[in-house]
Design a protein around this ligand. Structure first.
Ligand SMILES: *Cc1c(COP(=O)(O)O)cnc(C)c1O
Length: 423
């Protein structure tokens, strides 16, 4: 089955009694029926997540199964937000004293999570330019628990060399975590390239209408083989006190280790659970993702090409422009398009401000991935919290404007940009 079909049908077993639309189970808890069943559920012997909605819910389970299929993984876990997905996956492998090696080209929220909040928890994020493989390798040591990067970085729009980075991580038995929010599984499937974990903000292209926050963690098929008996990951290979000493890697309940432990330990304890209502809303988006992201990508490329032809624009970032520094990786890994994320540099802060205040179809919104076009000035909004040094590392200059090109008619979009930029 192809992805567009999976996005509509997987994970939901229909019979004549059941609705065409997935039902929303607004229930906090589930009737166990007998004390024995209740006890064994709590001890992870039943293979059911229907204990309490903080750890699982039937509507969310449909979303998770369907998304795992579309992403090409063995299992998925839906959580409250993209940040929740990132935090949960890091906590699933790292503790105080550990470190993670991460790209400097990351979403602003991820940068502050890594550089501030994780630091306060004793987990060190080692930021580095992943193009410099030698330096990246030199940062890895016995306490390195993950290598983290984005497929298409937001807002700097870089595309990493997947093959080189995955080979490097595998050399040391380290888990690679890829934020695939901007590419979506339709444009790139990191798990099929050998990455171990994919995380998403489902609030963006997956939802597609800008109306619900959610996140996803998806794991590669056979990831358990990499985790089992790997001394880097004791939390999977030593007895878990909170479940009467079970060893996750030996657990017969679920061979899908990473998301299983993330759910049953990390989300159970931190409460980053998704609401079943949001799972349902985001699933509506998922059903049309393949169609939408194709149009976003066509419009994104057309806008990038048009911007490139304008004398007043200093620089345009889009991985499928031949002059872009990411073109080699973009062409290799984004064969079906590069999304609606385009950024460009104008002379200075004031010029950027003038353009933002003049456009009409593009809204000034701190978001991406909505079907409606969005314009954003990173230095004064999403990246405001970063220091000048961090800004430079994230590739954000004072005149950088980020567009999330929507699926409106391309002629209207270019006319709007033209009048804002050139008049
Ligand atoms: C928005 C975004 C996030 C955070 O997702 P939320 O759902 O807003 O928590 C993480 N990574 C990337 C690349 C994003 O664009």
């Amino acid at each position: 089955m192809k992805q567009a079909t999976k996005a509509l049908h997987c994970g939901y077993v229909k019979d004549k009694e059941i609705t065409m639309s997935v039902p929303i189970y607004m229930s906090t808890a589930y009737d166990f029926g007998t004390t024995d069943f209740a006890a064994s559920s709590f001890n992870l012997e039943q293979g059911t997540d229907n204990v309490y909605t903080r750890v699982g819910n039937p509507t969310s389970a449909i979303f998770e199964r369907r998304f795992a299929e579309v992403e090409g993984g063995s299992g998925a876990l839906a959580v409250a937000s993209g940040m929740g997905a990132i935090f949960t996956s890091i906590l699933n492998v790292a503790e105080s004293g550990d470190n993670i090696v991460v790209s400097t080209q990351l979403y602003g929220g991820t940068v502050t999570l890594f550089s501030q909040t994780l630091r306060r928890l004793g987990i060190e994020a080692r930021f580095c330019d992943l193009e410099d493989l030698q330096n990246t390798e030199s940062l890895i040591d016995d306490k390195t628990k993950a290598l983290f990067f984005e497929t298409i970085s937001n807002p700097s729009i870089c595309v990493p060399n997947f093959d080189a980075l995955i080979t490097l991580a595998n050399k040391y038995g380290i888990i690679t975590i890829v934020d695939n929010t901007v590419a979506t599984p339709i444009l790139c499937q990191p798990l099929l390239l050998g990455a171990d974990i994919v995380v998403h903000s489902a609030s963006k292209y997956i939802g597609g209408q800008g109306n619900a926050i959610g996140g996803l963690i998806v794991e590669r098929k056979n990831l358990s083989e990499k985790i089992k008996d790997n001394v880097r990951y004791p939390e999977f290979n030593t007895p878990e006190v909170s479940y009467r000493g079970i060893v996750f890697a030996d657990s017969v309940v679920s061979p899908i280790l990473f998301t299983f432990r993330a759910r049953m330990v990390v989300v159970r304890d931190t409460g980053t659970a998704i609401s079943p209502m949001n799972s349902w809303i985001l699933m509506q988006g998922l059903e049309t993702l393949a169609l939408r992201i194709k149009q976003h990508s066509l419009n994104g490329l057309a806008v990038a090409q048009w911007l490139e032809s304008q004398d007043t624009i200093k620089k345009v970032n889009y991985p499928l422009l031949e002059n872009d520094k990411n073109y080699t990786n973009g062409k290799k890994y984004l064969t079906k398009g590069a999304s609606g994320l385009v950024s460009f540099e104008v002379a200075d802060f004031e010029t950027a401000k003038k353009i933002l205040d003049k456009v009409e179809l593009f809204s000034i919104v701190a978001n991406i991935g909505d079907s409606k076009s969005i314009i954003n000035h990173s230095a004064s909004t999403t990246h405001q919290q970063l220091s000048p040094d961090e800004l430079e590392k994230a590739g954000v200059s004072a005149g950088l404007i980020r567009l999330s090109v929507g699926i409106e008619d391309i002629e209207d979009l270019i006319a709007d940009l033209d009048s804002a930029i050139n008049s």
